[in-house]
Design a protein around this ligand. Sequence first.
Ligand SMILES: [Zn+2]
Length: 355
Amino acid sequence: MSVVYRSILQLLHHSRLARATSAACRGAGVVFMLHRVLPSATPRCEGCHFAPNAGLAITPEFLDAALSFVRQQGYELIPLDAVPERLQQARAGQLQRPFAAITLDDGYRDNMEYALPVFRKHEAPFTIFVAPAYADGEGELWWDALEAVIRDNDVVHCDLEGLPDRFHTHTDAGKQAAWDILYPAIRYMDEYEQRAFIIRFAARHGLDVHAQCRELIMDWNELRELSADPLCSIGAHTMHHRALARIDEEDARAEMQQSRERLEQELGCTVNTLAYPYGDPASAGAREFALARELGFSLALTTRKGHLYAEHADHLTALPRLSLNGFYQDIRHLDVLLSGLPFMLYNRFRKLDVA
Ligand SMILES: [Zn+2]
């Protein structure tokens, strides 16, 4: 997928097709999705390049360049909670300028250290989506744990039925091969078994996943400090970072509602927005969109890709985003994303993907 995607983006950029069609494809605005902002990683040894989660991190320099570019393209950087009103304006034909809102999922500590200075420089409002169990230091960042186990071990042991019981991971190729098998196996495990598995699997290789969570994710004191910044707002991301569509309805409702209540209690702010963990159609669908509406969230974000159109005013709990992805840190790619064309092609010229 990624090679094809990259080629299409390059083709679109060079063909100028994107620019020619942008008036037709561009929406009223966009919501950007980020996770981590980190200086380029130094490989841990010469020739080691195993970094499968690198797509989740962009550099502060790219963030800086991206924000400048977005402004240059005429976008107004607005706080996320202003989006519903802008969509109403778009529907009434009264929107003055396209808008862009910035979101960061999961509350990684690097957001404070490396992203905040860039947001301040640009006076760019941003929203961080926090799962309270992670801020408590008791969450499982299973994708980071899996990466660390494979990266730091020459042999990885596994006790999952149907999978090899050991992987030889002393080379980059071996590490990547192990990741390619283990990542999907863990990603699509039952939500509750998944967490029990990753705790056991990491411990067997000397990694404490909860210590890793405390190392990577901001605690409540840091979140209080950050959320006091007028540019920052906080959104809910479920209690335990669950793929909501894969748990029963009562649990899904509780995950959403309790995360909001706990954030408001700890941070003393109002929490009206939600980002569905993972956010793909298998993790958030019609049932979750209705639940978010019923619980009174003013908007909720998926990770489906696309611009926001006036028509989204009727689907505020099923909004798409644009990912600022570490694998594509190139302003030419951002240029094509802002044209809207790749998503129009991907969504077969439908503006809405909300079912
Ligand atoms: Zn997340």
